[in-house]
Design a protein around this ligand. Sequence first.
Ligand SMILES: Cc1cc2nc3c(=O)[nH]c(=O)nc-3n(C[C@H](O)[C@H](O)[C@H](O)COP(=O)(O)OP(=O)(O)OC[C@H]3O[C@@H](n4cnc5c(N)ncnc54)[C@H](O)[C@@H]3O)c2cc1C
Length: 227
Amino acid sequence: ALAPIVADVRRLHKLQGVRMDLGLTLYEGKGDRERVLGHTVGNAIFTQFGFSGPAAMDLSHLISTRPGADLTLEIDLLPHYRREMQGLLERMAGRRDARRLPLRVALGAALPEKVPPVIMTLAGLSDDTSLADLPRDELSTMLERLTRLRVAVKGTHGFEFAQVSTGGVPVGEVDPHTMASRIVPGLYLAGEVLDVVGPCGGYNLQFAWTSGYLAGAGAAGTPPLKK
Ligand SMILES: Cc1cc2nc3c(=O)[nH]c(=O)nc-3n(C[C@H](O)[C@H](O)[C@H](O)COP(=O)(O)OP(=O)(O)OC[C@H]3O[C@@H](n4cnc5c(N)ncnc54)[C@H](O)[C@@H]3O)c2cc1C
């Protein structure tokens, strides 16, 4: 299903309600056996239980189809401008008044207000750290850390929260020209009743409309597609 992701976000609970673009990478397994299941960049929302929004939803079907799997979500807080952020902070750090510039405020130039205090805590920095207190290599390490925050994935939110249910009929059981069931003669299937799932962005509605058109024409005996 396309549904919000449930994850261990205790370390990030202060980010609840923050909506921003994130890079999200889903891994299965640990150590040498770890492999990437999916990656996406897009808008996401930090919630009480994990992540919602299009980017999270787009990975969620890879989770809901693997109950009990050992899954980890890697969060990139700077998917679009990590280098630019480093350049900006280095330039600011070179200013004479850098000692008076709290790191929290400098980071806030490019991140939502709630984010800098949380990442500074994760990096073991006190709230009053100034930009000038942070040597260049530590700044780089901290930014690197912002692109690789990891949380354990517990699953997805249930059916009632799903935007797409990934229905029960395998799409291989229908003739794609007419959407006729290969199992039950005279039955035509369309939309979410099939186990089709697309990313957010209109693909699921488009599939519902297109398959509905084909199924209607198929049932009327006027299929628009040639075999
Ligand atoms: C909150 C939300 C946001 C979404 N946003 C997007 C989006 O931005 N882009 C996108 O592509 N997709 C989106 N989707 C998914 C998309 O809406 C669905 O994939 C699509 O509507 C599926 O079409 P469908 O005709 O198969 O099913 P549905 O649209 O669910 O239609 C099924 C219809 O059958 C009716 N029905 C059910 N049982 C019976 C019965 N026993 N007798 C008679 N009628 C019955 C229901 O009332 C309903 O009207 C979203 C879904 C949700 C829930």
